[in-house]
Ligand binder design. Structure first.
Ligand code: NAP
Length: 253
């Protein structure tokens, strides 16, 4: 915020992986960070790291697809840290399968965490942003939004995140709120490690194959995404809205 007031950021799925890196980066950027994940106790490492670096953080347990749990979590964050004006919708799951083997449960689970979760959390936070006449929304999409074999559910959800982002940018811009999406390529986390396991290759072998196909000749790391979030939530990025930034080591996406 232009007047330098301390802002409160909510990062979902922040117990590990990309979300943990984002939460730590925002903590060191000076935000008070609500570290939100399914299980409150799983947020302890991220919260400790932020506090050890001199920042302020709160562990919050909530399933982002549960309307009541999200409302309670945002009320708690507003009470304990202050009204949140930054939200990073990062919580995600995969339930990969070819279409003919994909169950309705696998479809619904992915839609519920990514799309319903982003809708619910953003809706709960937006009133604080509108009150403050300032806010930043960052949604995690993926290069899979452009289509990926075995991910009918995930690619549809990640394409949906882009449409949601652009609409939020249109609706909330007049209140000083920007909305942008980040579409990562391959980032080394437990999510991609599980993909390697499913494909029957070692994680190192999997990463080496992806790195060889990537123009910058390496795989992504969570800090690559955290750095982009840091830019998008900054004061200086106030004229960047409704965009999808592919962070994928090259232009392929
Ligand atoms: P990850 O290591 O699997 O971490 C995801 C986190 O989200 C976990 O802590 C998980 O909690 C949490 N979560 C899952 N369901 C939740 C729910 N209903 N409510 C609250 N939290 C929930 O994944 P990641 O690789 O860091 O990915 C983070 C985001 O980036 C996801 O949206 C993913 O789709 C996107 N992305 C990742 C890649 C990549 O290559 N890794 C590429 C493109 C996009 P539990 O541990 O309790 O399940």
């Amino acid at each position: 915020m232009a007047d330098g007031t301390r802002q409160v950021a909510v990062v979902s799925g922040a117990a590990r992986g990309i979300g943990a890196a984002i939460a730590k980066r925002l903590g060191s950027d000076g935000f008070a960070v609500a570290v939100l994940d399914l299980d409150e106790s799983s947020c302890a490492d991220t919260v400790s790291a932020i506090r050890a670096a001199g920042g302020e953080a709160l562990a919050v347990g909530a399933d982002v697809s549960d309307e009541a749990a999200v409302a309670t979590a945002v009320d708690r964050i507003a009470g304990e840290l202050g009204p949140p004006t930054v939200v990073v919708n990062n919580a995600g799951i995969t339930r990969d399968n070819l279409l003919f083997k994909m169950s309705v449960d696998d479809w619904d689970a992915v839609m519920n965490v990514h799309l319903r979760g982003a809708f619910l959390l953003t809706r709960a936070v937006q009133k604080h942003m509108v009150d403050a006449r300032w806010g930043r929304i960052v949604n995690l999409s993926s290069i899979s939004a452009l289509g990926n074999r075995g991910q009918a559910n995930y690619s549809a959800a990640k394409a949906g995140m882009q449409g949601l982002t652009k609409t939020l940018a249109l609706e909330l811009g007049q209140f000083g709120v920007t909305a942008n999406a980040i579409a990562p390529g391959f980032i080394a986390t437990e999510m991609t490690e599980a993909t390697a396991q499913r494909l029957g290759v070692s994680f190192d072998e999997f990463k080496a194959t992806i790195a060889a196909e990537t123009p910058v000749r390496r795989v992504g790391v969570p800090d690559d995404i955290a750095h982009t979030v840091s830019f998008l939530v900054s004061e200086g990025a106030g004229y960047v809205s409704g965009q999808v930034i592919y962070v994928a080591g090259g232009p392929k996406a």
